[in-house]
Write a protein that binds this ligand. Structure first.
Ligand SMILES: Cc1cc2nc3c(=O)[nH]c(=O)nc-3n(C[C@H](O)[C@H](O)[C@H](O)COP(=O)(O)O)c2cc1C
Ligand SMILES: CC(C)CC(=O)C(=O)O
Length: 376
């Protein structure tokens, strides 16, 4: 693995990013203000955005004295694949917004660590091109378009190019009310494309809010899961489930997995933090499918807390873009390595030799009031 070239000669090793927060600071320095706002921001008053991280920060871990673990095993099995750590990259649109390496760079980095990448419908590289760069599992995230042919075409192309699952986003009949983007009149720059979509389907995608309002199919119901499965032959996960009721509906529709997610606080402002919602969903699912979580995961200890409360694995969204902005594929590689190392160290300090052993007795449940977070 090559070291990231973030450190000019003469700059001490300590100046290297050591945390996701360090990557965020570098990204903020490097990105135009409106692009930063598009990525870092959320919907409405950004209460849910803030809560995602704050609830993780409020969690307390119970240490284990003399744990007697030389080297923990960090790998987990998800949908028949073994991941070296319970960690993957959530679908985020337009990686080229932050670095010319784009999704191909992210896929290379994830592949170097053997960790999965969920490619967004709004990838700035064609899903086939991303597959060519990948060496670890790829899943394709799917939005449902009013033009059904567009949706089904994505499902078929995913199968044809070796993707292992589809991730149906269920919380976005249109994009949330993102005040930063409205105030900035944010548009995706002209040289960056929604590369997976035909010219007709992509028309207007430069303004994501307006595009979603005319292009997304709001009449979509759970029957689409069977349709996507039949069209692609792939397992379908539902992303955006926060309640027992929706978990039941997803299972009844035949999903292979559930991602507890509030879309990084970008949809319903006031929705629970994902870590708050996780126990309700896990209890409803009763082991019938793997439950993943995204939203607010920023450290390896956060990964362990999510596993303790019943997640099989977690996904990170913004951290991938921050790391890509900071140093392209090398940055993403370093960010994923840091999280994996932190997770392994936290396993030892809490006395866990394998992820399966991490149970609810490992954490004291987070207690409000949660610390206030600033999101720039
Ligand atoms: C800039 C940005 C773009 C996103 N694009 C998509 C997308 O295209 N499809 C999707 O399902 N979720 C999308 N998401 C949501 C992420 O998949 C994920 O739910 C969220 O980022 C997780 O929270 P985190 O950023 O705190 O890790 C996006 C999030 C961000 C920040
Ligand atoms: C282009 C957008 C629809 C991507 C998205 O889901 C988001 O910005 O949260």
């Amino acid at each position: 693995m090559t070291a990231p070239a973030l450190r000019p000669p003469g700059v001490p090793a300590a100046a290297q990013p050591l945390t996701v927060a360090d990557f965020a600071a570098l990204a903020r320095e490097r990105l135009p203000a409106d692009v930063w706002d598009f990525i870092a921001g959320g919907a409405g008053r950004e209460r849910t955005l803030a809560a995602n991280e704050a609830v993780f920060e409020a969690a307390r871990l119970r240490p284990r004295a003399l744990p007697g673990i030389e080297e923990p095993g960090t790998s987990v099995e998800v949908l028949g694949s073994r991941w070296p750590a319970p960690l993957g990259i959530a679908p985020v649109a337009y990686h080229e917004l932050v670095h010319p390496d784009g999704e191909s760079g992210t896929a290379r980095a994830a592949g170097d660590l053997g960790l999965p990448l969920v490619v967004s419908t709004f990838s700035s590289r064609r899903l086939e091109e991303v597959a060519a760069a990948a060496t670890a599992p790829l899943w394709l995230q799917v939005y449902c378009f009013r033009d059904t042919a567009t949706t089904l075409d994505l499902a078929r192309r995913a199968r044809a190019s070796g993707y292992q699952a589809l991730v149906l986003t269920t919380d976005t009949p249109f994009t949330g009310r993102r005040l930063r983007d409205l105030r900035n009149d944010f548009r995706i720059p002209g040289h960056i494309a929604a590369a997976n979509l035909s010219e007709t389907a992509a028309a207007g995608a430069a303004t994501p809010g307006a595009h979603s309002r005319h292009a997304f199919d709001r009449s979509t119901g759970w029957s689409v899961v069977a349709r996507l499965r039949a069209e692609s032959g792939l397992p379908v996960l539902a992303k955006g489930v926060l309640t027992a009721r929706d978990a039941e509906a997803a299972l009844a529709a035949g999903v292979a997995g559930i991602v507890v997610s509030n879309h990084g606080g970008r949809q319903l402002d006031g929705a629970p933090a994902t870590l708050e919602a996780l126990p309700e969903v896990v209890a409803a699912v009763r082991g019938r499918c793997p439950v993943l979580l995204d939203g607010g995961v920023r450290t390896g200890a956060d990964v362990l807390v999510a596993l303790a409360l019943g997640a099989r694995a977690v996904l990170v969204g913004r951290p991938a873009l921050y790391a890509l902005a900071a140093d392209g594929a090398a940055g993403v590689r370093r960010m994923l390595s840091l999280l994996t190392e932190e997770f392994a160290e936290t396993m030892v300090l809490t006395g866990h030799a394998t992820p399966d052993a991490i149970g609810p007795d490992t954490v004291l449940p987070p207690v409000p009031p949660y610390p206030a977070r600033s999101h720039g």
